[in-house]
Design a protein around this ligand. Structure first.
Ligand code: GMT
Length: 379
């Protein structure tokens, strides 16, 4: 198949999922065209069946806001037509689904039929999607997609709850992991002793430091744990909440026990040296970061919001608590970290849990959906 993939090329989970999906499809012999405004961060991959098309929005003084969606639609028209694509797969509803719809209509007027699949990732539905002014456009784009997927049952429920006029059947296809990427020997550049020189336990948090992640709760949990068990914390990522996080580090006097590593394209190595992953989000449609941690044999302490209970098994691969319950999260973290044998059991369980989301199990779900959509559209 010749598949066009549209996504945000940044560090967010939806871009990572789209990129890894594209690479896996190429491995299976499909031809994949990424159509994005910059090279996706994890697209460090070469194949004659992988093509990147940049969407560049030209600057013009009249535009206070550049018409990105329109430019994307026109780029889709161009790529579909000249690369003879079979279908488009757009990740994140806003504005990718409506851009795909417009491209589809333009192409139809020229006698070219292109079906498109929309994958809902989370904040397109739970946060941005809640802004009522977006509702008609998102509802319309979802209802007019040839197929719609969501990354969890929880997100599917949220979509029907937040968008009562959505009538489209939503297929749940969970996010996935390539476990091969997590096989390291002891000679990796990233060593635990760099960050925990005196044998401390090592905790880690990875996110885009937005409000929804409640990174302050990560610091509060860490602070409670380090008072009982000598510990260090690694923060990976960056985002708008950083100044507040730094302020809280100073207030709690935890700065000397925390290392910020900034944005890391492939966090597998640094994850693999950690003992525990902290994810304190207000909501997560899935929590790809938690899955990546488990793939690196790191148990997860998280909230029980959104799709996280579909990813983490409570009391097995980690523990989940109500949003904001930092006391319980700290107590759970201590119960795992205080004993080597308990920690090792949770690490092994985390890896077993991650195996359920191995890419080889999930990729066929997308391929089957592509085939179904192509058959239904007479291609
Ligand atoms: O908001 C973010 O954290 C980024 C966002 C995205 O679109 O990249 O992440 C969402 O999609 C990920 C991939 O499907 C999920 O693993 C995240 O849970 C989800 N984030 C939220 O729901 C907050």
């Amino acid at each position: 198949m010749k598949i066009g993939i549209v996504c945000y090329p940044t560090f967010g989970g939806s871009g990572v999922v789209a990129t890894e999906l594209g690479k896996a499809l190429v491995e299976k012999g499909h031809q994949v065209h990424f159509i994005t405004y910059s090279q996706p961060v994890r697209l460090e991959y070469f194949s004659e069946n992988l093509v990147y098309h940049e969407v560049s929005v030209s600057d013009y003084p009249l535009f206070e806001y550049q018409p990105y969606e329109l430019v994307l639609s026109c780029k889709l028209v161009d790529v579909v037509k000249y690369e003879k694509l079979d279908l488009l797969h757009v990740h994140y509803a806003i504005p990718h689904a409506s851009a795909a719809y417009m491209a589809k209509q333009i192409l139809a007027s020229q006698g070219i039929h292109i079906p498109f699949i929309t994958t809902l990732h989370g904040t397109d539905i739970t946060l941005v999607g809640k802004d009522p002014s977006f509702e008609p456009a998102i509802t319309f784009a979802i209802n007019n997609s040839d197929a719609v997927t969501s990354v969890s049952e929880s997100l599917k429920r949220d979509t029907y709850n937040n968008f009562p006029n959505v009538k489209k059947d939503i297929h749940v296809i969970p996010n996935f992991i390539c476990l091969e990427d997590y096989q390291f020997d002891n000679k990796t550049k990233c060593q635990k002793k760099m960050y925990a020189p005196n044998g401390e336990r090592l905790m880690i948090h990875v996110s885009n430091f937005r409000k929804v992640k409640r990174v302050e709760d990560v610091l509060r949990v860490f602070d409670k744990v380090r008072k009982v068990i000598p510990s260090k914390l690694i923060l990976v990522g960056d985002g708008p909440e950083r100044p507040n996080i730094e302020k809280l580090c100073r207030e709690l006097d935890t700065c000397n026990d925390i290392r910020s590593l900034g944005k890391i394209v492939n966090p597998e190595q640094v994850l693999s040296i950690a003992d525990l992953f902290l994810l304190t989000s207000e909501t997560e449609s899935f929590g790809l970061a938690a899955l990546e941690a488990m793939a690196a044999k790191v148990p997860v302490i998280s909230t029980n919001s959104g799709g996280l209970p579909e990813v983490v098994t409570n009391g097995y691969s980690g523990y989940m608590s109500n949003v904001g319950d930092v006391d319980e999260m700290a107590a759970n973290a201590i119960s795992i970290l205080k004993d080597d044998s308990v920690l090792n059991q949770f690490k092994a369980n985390a890896y077993e849990q991650a195996k359920k989301f191995e890419i080889s199990k999930i990729l066929p779900m997308y391929e089957d959906l592509y085939k179904k959509v192509l058959a239904e559209s007479g291609k």
